[in-house]
Structure formats: structure tokens, C-alpha cells
Design a protein. Structure first.
Length: 482
């Protein structure tokens, strides 16, 4: 399989860039994870499904991928919710981290290689803060440690804003401990009754941004390939990550920054703080995981996505067309012939090859899953026409097997949108195809093409399938082969 460069939209440069690693490289991926203080919702599903597909596509193309995704298991929201429930913050975050993993499993999302937690990396966090203080990029103040944004000359490069623009366009609470209102906390001094750890600056806990700089460096090193997350993280979280990591290491944090659009609910971002969440587990009680994935992947990952049930219903129509085509092809294999290829067979094989080329081209153009899905529907139309053929030679089993295998890999293994019930009996699988054949035969009889209609009946009889024309319509049954 020839590997062409993948064109990736890099938020840092605000343009598409070539991504062409050598096959020997392990592609490092860091995606900002969740703050687990409540049930996992559909907003969490979007980046997870997107990166699941990106990883699977890269692996299919022959690359090795190492995926890191953190859990922010210590946070103001976690502490507040834990106090409400009367349990410890780490107990609460562990419960909802498990809920996240179970929800992603239910969506068919393959797990990251590692899920590091803030609470398990306190020594590494303290070490990076000490390095930043030593280099002059951070300063202690009253038990806190702040990052001095004015010391980092490239601050604002990811969000494409200058520091003076950020200062004038953002409101800050007055904090006498800071040199500059834009400075952000690397370490927060402990408040009474809060979870804390000992540090050179007194008891406290990490600020939000420092954890990702520490974990990405520990597990991926500097200048790794992809850093991902929602576009709501561009500023301040990812901007601050860059400032921390690049000041500490002197190296770029990541080569490519990929940001997905938000999952919106009635024109507002779906979030726990807004109280408009739709949990994944609730949705999966009503709809199959393949539909949720299809809904997400039918839009480019950088676009905004609006959720409501009417859109799921509409998406389900397309998903059913795709899956019914594949199921009909599987059913037809048992009735098809293994024979020399004719021109029609060759044409379908060419369409299968073109589908794969178009699919790869779409995914290599900034992982455009929507366009990749469109290529699958192009093949569906061709295959449906082929399945309905009534010429003398009929359909070819080799062609159908090739088509089914293509769908299983592209729609199933990579996108996760194929619904195949492998447990169905052969009788159940033949039923839809026989209904189609009988319907086509009835159309021929209405057109007074009795010769071809009888030929279909006779050919089915050779396969031990008896067709009877009754006043109530045609019916069929499988004979014992005697």
C-alpha cells in the first residue's frame, strides 16, 4: 500500500501541513481528557470517536501509534461535588473516570495506551515547577506558584493573539499575589479542608494546566506528533501548556495541534456546568453505538455539531441504507456463482478499488470522515445495481466477497459504523435477498417478460429453492435437495 503524505490542519499555523512520518516512527498522540466529576456525556464522545478513527486509520496505513489521555482527577469542581456527596475527591473522580471508560467501551472506542492521573504525578509536577522557577519563568507567592506570561515571548501564538490583546480583552479577578493579571497558577496553596500534597512552597495542589505539560513530557517526550482536544481548549489551556513545556524543555511541545468542534445542544455547548448534558449511557439505551458514531463522523471533526434526536433519526436512514446493502451482499454470496469475470464484474471490482482510493484520499485530507463515508455510499449505489441484476450469468461470488471485505475494513474496522449480526442463521440472511428476487420477478411478470421470470424460477429450483405463484402473491421455500 503506497503511503502518501497526510494533510493535517494545524491550529498553530492555521493551515494544512504535510504529515509524513517514516514507517519506523511511533506516532505520539496526546489528547486532553476529562475532568471526571459527573456522568459522561455526548460532548465527550466527539473527541473520543474522532481520535479513535484517526488512530485506527493510521494503524491500517501501517503506523504504530502511542496514545496518552489524562484524567484531571483533582479540580475545584471535583472537590465541590465530592463535598456534596460526602466522599473524598479521589473517590469521586475514580467513580466517574470508570464511568467514562465504560461509556467509551460501549461506543466501540479503543482505549488509550495509558490514562495518567494528576494525583499520581505530583513529584513530576513539582519537578517541572522547580525547573520553571529556576529558569525565571515562574515565581512563588504566598504558598502559590505562578507562571510569568510576560517572560514567554511567544505567548498567544496558538490562539493567534498578542499578549496585550489578551490582557485588554479578558476580565480577571484582582489577585495581589500575581505580578500580572494574566499569570496563571502552577501550584495552589491549600485551603482548609481541601485535599493537598506537601511541596517546597507549602501544602497545596497543582494548577490545571501544568498536569498536561508534565504527562505529555513523561510519556511522549518533547516535540511529539499530535496534540488534540476540543477547540474550547485552545485558550487558555493549550496556550498555557505551550508556555510551560517550551519554557521548561526549550523544545516545541507538539508538531501538530488538532482541535475538534463542539457538540452543541440547542445552540450552546454541551457541558456539565450548563446542565444540558445528554449522557452516553442514556442515548445507548435507545440507539445503537454505530448510529452515534455515524452521526459524529458524518461531519468533519473541525465543524460544530448540533445534537437533537431529529438529527439522529435522519442519520439513521443513511446508516440503514449502508448496512442493508452490505447485509444483502452477504446474503447473496451463498447464491452467487464462482465463475470467470465478465465486464459487469470487472466494472464493480473497479468501483471497489475506486472507493478505497477515494476513502484514503478523504482520510488523508485532514481526516475527512464525512467525505470517506460519502465514498462508501458511492459504492453502495453501484453494488445495489449489481445485486439487482437479472442477466443470464447472474452475480459473481468473488466480486461480492471483495465488496463485503472492503466494507468490513473501511466502514467496520476503521469507522465502526457497520452493524453485522454474525449470529444470524443462514435462513435469516437469505430472507431479504429472496424478497428482493421475488419482487424483481413479479416486475418481470407484470411487464409480460415471462421467459426471464420463468428462468429465474428454474435457476432457483436448481438451488433447491421452490417458487410458487399463488393468488396471494409469490412465495418460496427451501427444498431438501431431493
Amino acid at each position: 500500500m503506497t503511503r502518501m503524505p497526510i494533510h493535517v490542519y494545524n491550529t498553530l499555523s492555521r493551515k494544512k501541513e504535510n504529515f509524513a512520518p517514516s514507517i519506523e516512527e511511533t506516532i505520539g498522540v496526546y489528547v486532553c481528557g476529562v475532568t471526571p466529576y459527573s456522568s459522561t456525556h455526548l460532548g465527550h464522545a466527539r473527541p473520543s470517536v474522532v481520535w479513535d478513527v484517526i488512530k485506527k486509520f493510521l494503524v491500517w496505513r501501517g503506523y504504530r501509534v502511542y496514545h496518552v489521555q489524562n484524567f484531571t482527577d483533582v479540580d475545584d469542581k471535583i472537590i465541590a461535588r465530592a463535598n456534596e456527596e460526602g466522599i473524598s475527591p479521589l473517590e469521586l473522580s475514580a467513580k466517574y473516570a470508570q464511568d467514562y471508560l465504560e461509556s467509551m467501551d460501549a461506543l466501540g472506542v479503543s482505549r488509550a495506551d495509558i490514562y495518567p492521573k494528576v494525583s499520581e504525578h505530583i513529584p513530576e509536577i513539582i519537578n517541572m515547577i522547580e525547573r520553571l522557577i529556576k529558569k525565571g519563568y515562574a515565581y512563588p507567592s504566598e504558598g502559590n506558584v505562578y507562571y510569568d506570561v510576560e517572560k514567554f515571548t511567544d505567548y498567544g501564538k496558538l490562539s493567534n493573539q498578542r499578549l496585550d490583546e489578551l490582557q485588554s480583552g479578558t476580565r480577571f479577578e484582582v489577585d495581589p499575589n500575581k505580578k500580572n493579571p494574566m499569570d496563571f497558577a502552577l501550584w495552589k496553596s491549600a485551603k482548609e479542608g481541601e485535599i493537598s500534597w506537601d511541596s517546597p512552597w507549602g501544602p497545596g495542589r497543582p494548577g490545571w494546566h501544568i498536569e498536561c505539560s508534565v504527562m505529555s513530557e513523561k510519556y511522549l517526550g518533547s516535540n511529539f506528533h499530535f496534540h488534540g482536544g476540543g477547540n474550547d481548549l485552545i485558550f487558555p489551556h493549550h496556550e498555557n501548556e505551550i508556555a510551560q513545556s517550551e519554557a521548561a524543555t526549550g523544545q516545541p511541545l507538539a508538531r501538530y495541534w488538532l482541535h475538534n468542534g463542539m457538540m452543541n445542544f440547542k445552540d450552546s455547548k454541551m457541558s456539565k456546568s450548563l446542565g444540558n448534558i445528554v449522557t452516553i449511557k442514556d442515548v445507548l439505551k435507545k440507539y445503537p453505538k454505530e448510529l452515534i458514531r455515524f452521526f459524529i463522523l458524518s461531519n468533519h471533526y473541525r465543524s460544530e455539531l448540533e445534537y437533537h434526536e431529529e438529527k439522529l433519526t435522519e442519520s439513521n436512514k443513511g446508516l440503514r441504507r449502508l448496512n442493508e446493502t452490505v447485509k444483502n451482499a452477504i446474503c447473496a454470496i451463498s447464491l452467487a456463482k464462482n465463475r470467470e469475470l465478465n465486464k459487469q464484474d470487472q466494472r464493480i471490482l473497479e468501483k471497489i478499488e475506486q472507493c478505497e482510493k477515494d476513502y484514503i484520499a478523504a482520510m488523508e485530507d485532514d481526516f475527512n470522515s464525512a467525505l470517506a463515508i460519502a465514498s462508501l455510499f458511492d459504492l453502495c449505489r453501484e453494488l445495489n445495481g449489481y445485486l439487482s441484476t437479472t442477466n443470464q450469468e447472474g452475480i459473481n461470488a468473488t466480486v461480492l466477497e471483495k465488496a463485503v471485505e472492503t466494507f468490513k475494513v473501511l466502514a467496520g474496522d476503521i469507522l465502526g459504523i457497520l452493524i453485522l449480526d454474525e449470529e444470524k442463521s443462514s435462513d435469516d440472511l437469505v430472507n431479504p435477498l429472496m424478497e428482493l428476487i421475488l419482487e424483481l420477478r413479479q416486475d418481470l411478470r407484470k411487464e409480460k417478460n415471462f421467459k426471464l421470470a420463468d428462468k429465474i424460477r428454474d435457476k432457483l429450483s436448481e438451488l433447491n429453492i421452490l417458487v410458487e405463484d399463488t393468488p396471494q402473491g409469490p412465495r418460496w421455500k427451501q427444498m431438501n435437495g431431493q
